[in-house]
Structure formats: structure tokens, C-alpha cells
Design a protein. Structure first.
Length: 255
């Protein structure tokens, strides 16, 4: 179906295509949104098919707005043309639009195959590449191990494990985890160290430890000892690069 919206896009992953919700998606969205077994989401248009239709109409209207006027970017997740879930990048929780919150849901027949992680990673790239935000948040019920695992897999870290949430439909209160990834963390490149990195890795280490425990430091020299050791494990050792500079490193040896 041709689109006349001002802003349209597809986000592609290894297996999936994420695209804006549009009219005509109602039945496939209701396949998962109407699942009464989903109880750990604040809101889902799952009471009636009409509620799902209203949701789709609202999203379709949002996508017709100029890009800078959209607050909640709602996508469907498709696999080989079939809608298998949905996800969103929402600015409405941030008054100054300096952060976004992410959410996702996968049809129960397609769970356990890494699709939520692919969609979540694509949303993070979309947000940092297109929105003027400095951080992204995601939240889940403390009993939702699958969603918490997705957050960690896509590079987010838990910043609050003592939150609570109360579900409006049931009144049930549960624990809540909040995870975050910053623009700087997203921009980091984690890769194996190369020979041409040795000097800069040692210089970064020296600057980190200089005069910290005693005048001068020896930690940068230890890197040379580690690299020369038969117990060094270069295949899993890594450096962190930001804007072309070495800003961190992790070196591993056999115990």
C-alpha cells in the first residue's frame, strides 16, 4: 500500500524489518495485542478489536505529522512480511525531549529467537541517529526475565532495581527495573587490540593510574608483561574506542 505520509522509513536488521504502523495492520497487530496472557505491560490495546483499530488509527495519524512533531514513534516488527510484534521509541515522558523510552512486544509464537533484541538494537540506532537525545531508558517488571535479558543484550545497564509499578487494569503493584544506555556508551567501539594500538593503550593506562596510589605508576608497564605472557588471551581481550581514541581496555589471562 502506497504511503502519502511526510516521513516514512524502514529499519532493517538481520532478520526483520521495522516499519511505521499503518492502516490495514489491525488484524495482525491484534493477534499479539489481544493476548490475554500478557500481564506485564502497562497498557496494551487488547480488550477489544475496536480498541486495536483505534490504536492503529492514532499511530497512522501520528506518522503523518512532520518528523519533529512526532513524540511516539510506533513501529510494527515484520518477519518475511508477517507482523510478529511491535515496538516504540517514545519522547513523551521527557518534557525537554532529552531522553526516549523504548518498549517492545513479540507474538508468543515467535519468542525465544532473538527478535526482540534485534528490534531493540534497531530502535536504539534509530533514536541516536535521528533524535537529539542523550540517553535512552527501558523498563520492565522485575519478574520479566526475558525483557531484562533483552535490555542487557542490547547494551543497556540497570540503573535502578528498586522501582515499583502499579498496573492500571488490575491494581497489582510489582517491582520494576530501569535500564539505560547513553549516547557515549552507544558510540563506543569495543574491538580487539591491534599492534598499532599498543602505545595509545599504554598511554591511556598510564594517565588513568598516574599518582593514584603512589608517585608515578607501573600499570602501563604491566600491559607489556601481560602481552608477552604465555597465559595472555588476546582473543577475548578488548579495547574501547571513542571518536578514534582508546578510552578503555580489558586484558585477560589464564588463571
Amino acid at each position: 500500500m502506497a504511503s502519502n505520509r511526510e516521513w516514512d522509513m524502514e529499519l532493517k536488521t538481520k532478520d526483520l524489518i521495522l516499519r511505521p504502523i499503518r492502516l490495514g495492520d489491525e488484524e495482525q497487530i491484534h493477534e499479539y495485542a489481544g493476548d490475554k496472557d500478557i500481564t506485564m505491560m502497562f497498557w496494551l490495546p487488547n480488550d477489544t478489536f475496536e480498541e486495536t483499530c483505534d490504536f492503529v488509527r492514532h499511530c497512522d495519524e501520528d506518522w503523518k505529522k512532520p518528523f519533529n512533531q512526532i513524540e511516539d514513534f510506533e513501529f510494527v516488527i515484520t518477519l518475511d512480511g508477517k507482523i510478529i510484534g511491535g515496538c516504540d521509541c517514545d519522547l513523551s515522558h521527557s518534557e525537554d525531549h532529552t531522553y526516549a523510552t523504548l518498549g517492545w512486544i513479540i507474538n508468543k509464537n515467535y519468542r525465544g529467537r532473538g527478535f526482540a533484541s534485534q528490534a531493540g538494537a534497531a530502535l536504539i540506532d534509530f533514536a541516536f541517529n535521528n533524535l537529539k537525545i542523550e540517553r535512552i531508558l527501558a523498563q520492565c517488571d522485575c519478574k520479566n526475565a526475558a525483557s531484562f535479558g533483552v535490555m542487557k543484550k542490547i547494551g543497556m545497564r540497570c540503573i535502578d532495581d528498586k522501582g515499583t509499578r502499579t498496573y492500571p487494569k488490575t491494581g497489582i503493584t510489582s517491582g520494576e527495573y530501569t535500564c539505560q544506555i547513553t549516547r557515549t556508551e552507544w558510540s563506543l567501539i569495543i574491538r580487539p587490540e591491534k599492534a598499532e594500538d599498543f602505545h595509545n593503550t599504554e598511554l591511556m593506562t598510564m594517565r588513568s593510574f598516574w599518582n593514584k596510589y603512589f608517585p608515578g605508576c607501573v600499570e602501563h608497564n604491566m600491559l607489556r608483561v601481560i602481552r608477552a605472557s604465555a597465559d595472555y588471551l588476546p582473543e577475548i581481550s578488548r579495547v574501547a574506542e571513542l571518536d578514534g581514541k582508546i578510552v578503555g581496555a580489558a586484558f585477560y589471562t589464564r588463571a
